[in-house]
Design a protein around this ligand. Structure first.
Ligand code: ZN
Length: 452
């Protein structure tokens, strides 16, 4: 069998996979769930216009480069969970739903025809292609986690979520990068992004001499510029680079480290951590002042040397409990993944939310429903729908991931809420209400989206 090289992007990354181009049976969708669900509720949920809290949607530029600050293709090859693999029946279901694919299998000939259809649709829709894809998927508003927005991604359908990790690392990152082989490849990308932020601000490549000046000109300057350009939230994916335990550090200690190393030298991890911790809380406070939410990647993956324990939501508890940060709204992106019970504990905090992005791509509806039921029984106003839609390469665009994740999310919600109706925990009308909150209105309120 001829080898088929497929490019796969996962949780905001692009990986190259080699797989056998085998004929595959048609599967109508994701996991079957009819036996345990309430058909009326399923029908209601299928029609809710969604707000997607997290995606890496692409512009219509074929060489779109701004969709992720840390594209993880630099870490290849690494393990890929089954639902993302080319042989997963999810892809076929998405081709059928979005592009009217009618074949019974994906082989060389049908793939060729399918690619031609996809190209034709994209050409016909032009700048409207991203909006068309949202319409097919039942998504009204998609948050776009990107370095910058671009053609085809305009408000009100697409709203910008920026990246701010680069601002945590103004000093040399050599020692930080040496901790794992993955970090050696990722830190240079943050160094480049900081340079871009400096050039956007017309600040020369030489950083300010004092921390005070760095905070005002570079950090606050960047965040304000993002806000002025329509950014509604800022994202940290810093769990790829270090642990999420950000301690409370005084300005004096942080300033000493900054001034000592800003002109060169390698700070020890202990010293650099003081500055990073200070900067993280400073940025979070600024986010509250500017009315922007803070998104934090909290998921035990991906890569070959990812430190799963570093992304445990419990590590963020001192940040969430900081009285100075109570004006800041935090969203645990991917809801902690397998740390979902810890996420449940963090939802007690008045300013903490969780989204189910990526879980809607990686887990089955049944798996996700179990976790959802725990959260929805306690804090239904804190849970947000999300996809983590991202391009997986030619023929595997972000719109397919968006469709698969939306179908999974609706199924999982239906299973969880049907169970809650069955056990008399909620009425059907309350179940409808909770479903609408998760799919749509919780995000609408959090970001003041003024949904109709
Ligand atoms: Zn993502």
């Amino acid at each position: 069998m001829k080898k088929l090289i497929t490019i796969i992007s996962f949780v905001g990354m692009t990986v190259y996979m080699t797989s056998c181009n085998q004929s595959r049976p048609v599967n109508e969708g994701t996991t079957s769930y009819q036996s345990t669900t309430d058909p009326e509720l399923a029908e209601f949920i299928s029609k809710i216009k969604a707000v997607d809290n997290h995606s890496h949607v692409n512009t219509i530029n074929p060489d779109d480069k701004g969709s992720d600050a840390l594209p993880l293709d630099v870490l290849l090859p690494f393990e890929i969970p089954t639902r993302l693999r080319p042989e997963s029946p999810d892809w076929l279901a998405a081709y059928k739903a979005l592009y009217g694919f009618t074949g019974s299998e994906l082989n060389e000939q049908s793939m060729k025809e399918l690619m031609a259809t996809m190209e034709k649709v994209m050409k016909e829709k032009g700048e409207k292609f991203p909006e068309w894809a949202l319409d097919q998927t039942g998504i009204e508003v998609m948050l776009a986690n990107r370095i910058a927005m671009g053609p085809g991604l305009s408000t009100p359908r697409f709203r910008w979520v920026s990246y701010v990790d680069a601002l945590l690392f103004p000093l040399s990152t050599k020692t930080e990068a040496a901790v794992t082989p993955d970090r050696e490849k990722l830190f240079p990308l943050e160094d480049q992004l900081l340079k871009k932020y400096l050039s956007d601000l017309n600040v020369s490549n030489k950083l300010p001499a004092t921390l005070d000046e760095y905070l005002e000109r570079v950090v606050a300057g960047t965040l304000e510029a993002q806000k002025n350009n329509g950014c509604i939230a800022m994202k940290f994916e810093v769990a790829y680079l270090r642990s999420l335990d950000f301690e409370k550090v005084g300005l004096q200690s942080a300033s000493e480290v900054y001034s000592h190393y800003i002109n060169g030298g390698e700070p020890s991890h202990e010293k650099y951590k003081l500055l990073q911790d200070f900067l993280f809380r400073y940025i979070a406070r600024e986010a509250g002042r500017l009315g922007m939410a803070v998104h934090i990647h909290s998921f035990p993956a991906a890569g070959n040397y990812y430190v799963a324990a570093n992304s445990d939501p419990l590590l963020l508890e001192p940040v969430f409990n900081d009285p100075e940060l109570r004006n800041t709204k935090f969203v645990l992106i991917h809801a902690g993944g397998t740390f979902s019970e810890h996420t449940s504990a963090m939802l007690w905090k008045p300013n903490v939310y969780a989204d189910i992005s990526a879980l809607t791509r990686l887990w089955t509806p049944d798996q996700l429903a179990i976790v959802l039921r725990d959260w929805l029984s306690q804090f239904p106003e804190k849970v947000l729908f999300g996809t983590d839609a991202a391009s997986f390469g030619p023929g595997l665009g972000w719109e397919l991931g968006a469709w698969i994740a939306t179908a999974t999310g609706r199924q999982a919600l239906t299973i969880a809420l049907s169970g809650m109706i069955r056990s008399n925990e909620v009425s059907r009308s309350r179940a409808n209400e909770i479903a609408t909150m998760v799919m749509r209105t919780n995000a609408g309120n959090l970001y003041n989206l003024r949904l109709k």
